[in-house]
Design a binder for this molecule. Structure first.
Ligand SMILES: C=CC1=C(C)c2cc3[nH]c(cc4nc(cc5[nH]c(cc1n2)c(C)c5CCC(=O)O)C(CCC(=O)O)=C4C)c(C)c3C=C
Ligand SMILES: [Fe+2]
Ligand SMILES: [Fe+2]
Length: 368
């Protein structure tokens, strides 16, 4: 593939650093046509659905899109805010706060957000960073636990984008932070703060987004990373094995996904006589459809209908201070060695480079 034309090289351009916080993406509106566009892009990704292309094309276009688009639109409508989709609103705010936190730590970096599916798309965001002179890019997926279905799909999109670029920036990718201290401490603090205000449950349910069980059998470490997060978090909270359970939600399609599933577990807990459960979704750093609708509405109803008395949903980390500070630590650790803090000497060098560029431009102009 032939690379696209570059903006002409300029001496003395300050090579800047950017952090790109990449989330899954979300529809532009809670309507069936918007859902159709979003789901088509999302579910056409071979990292997400590993069924042979031709077979899946018929299922996607003949069954999934016609039926799921309007059903999902109604669900999105129930969580939509004045500012838009919660996932987009939180991701935008996180990026802007992260820039401030990194700035306070002395880093002169741009922080932007991008979506794997939908807007703002990764290609446009990466193109804009090039125009802004960013020659060092740190890609920070919004997924603490690595999965081929999510994290690797972001990496695919980044590589695909740069395969058409001539002057490729220096690139670093954060693979995961499921066991990072900053992430775990933020979760611990959020749970303890919640319990200080509302008391403790009979059981803490840690519900993670599921993936097909087949991906685990084929070597995807996602299941193990979810369990590691849960184990470390439980240890920090000093919970015994009886006091918490790890479950997997959001099953899609007919195949078996990671077990135990969240909704049946909640029903079983209610039937066993557990009066109160608290549910947290540590795999999501922002509240979204899967937490606000599937857990805080649907799963709550399931638990109460099965005889449970109190259901508490503990929100995602979102704009939590400890979490933004944790994200800043994660980003900082991956930027080690990059000159994100401009010293007076570096500024001086850049001024000299810029002078060379100006002189070259003048002599070129004189020759023409
Ligand atoms: C947190 C990590 C996620 C993994 C792993 C994941 C895998 C995965 N998801 C689907 C199918 C759907 N997911 C949908 C929504 C959705 N998924 C995640 C995150 C993970 N998905 C988020 C954050 C969201 C919410 C987005 C939002 O706008 O709020 C949806 C769309 C909603 C719906 O129609 O139900 C689908 C479909 C698969 C197939 C998969 C792994 C193979
Ligand atoms: Fe999903
Ligand atoms: Fe495992």
């Amino acid at each position: 593939m032939r690379p696209n034309k570059e903006p002409s090289y300029k001496h003395g351009m300050i090579a800047r650093t950017a952090v790109v916080l990449v989330n899954l993406g979300t529809p532009d509106a809670p309507t069936a046509p918007a859902l159709r566009r979003y789901l088509r892009q999302f579910l056409s990704d071979p990292r997400v659905v590993e069924i042979p292309k031709a077979v899946w094309w018929f299922i996607l276009n003949g069954i999934v899109l016609p039926f799921r688009s309007s059903k999902s639109a109604a669900k999105y409508a129930s969580i939509w805010t004045k500012e838009g989709s919660p996932l987009r609103v939180h991701t935008e705010k996180q990026a802007s706060l992260l820039r401030g936190y990194l700035g306070e730590r002395g880093h002169d970096v741009q922080v932007v957000h991008a979506m794997r599916y939908g807007q703002p798309g990764l290609p446009e965001v990466l193109d804009k960073l090039k125009v802004d002179g960013c020659d060092r890019i740190l890609v920070l997926p919004a997924y603490p636990q690595y999965s081929g279905t999510t994290t690797a799909s972001i990496f695919d999109a980044v590589f695909k984008h740069y395969s058409r670029v001539r002057n490729v920036p220096e690139l670093r990718l954060v693979k995961h932070y499921h066991d990072h201290e900053g992430y775990l401490l933020a979760l611990k603090k959020a749970i303890l703060t919640y319990w200080d205000m509302h008391g403790r449950p009979d059981k803490l349910v840690m519900s993670f987004h599921g993936v097909p069980k087949r991906t685990l059998m084929l070597g995807d470490p996602y299941h193990c990373e979810c369990h590691k997060t849960a184990r470390l978090l439980a240890a920090q909270l000093q919970l015994g094995a009886e006091e918490y359970v790890v479950t997997f939600q959001s099953r899609f399609g007919k195949a078996e996904w990671l077990q135990p599933y969240t909704a049946p577990t909640l029903k079983a807990l209610a039937r066993e006589g557990r009066r109160r459960v608290d549910v947290i979704c540590p795999g999501f750093i922002s509240d979204c459809l899967e937490t606000l609708e599937e857990i805080a509405m649907e799963a709550k109803q399931d638990f109460l209908t099965a005889g449970g008395k109190e259901f508490h949903y503990i929100p995602c980390l979102n704009e939590d201070n400890a979490w933004i500070s944790g994200m800043a630590e994660i980003a900082e650790q991956h930027m080690i060695g990059w000159p994100t803090v401009l010293t007076p000497l570096m500024r001086d060098d850049l001024r000299k480079e810029a002078e060379v560029s100006r002189q070259q431009a003048t002599s070129l102009g004189a020759r023409e």
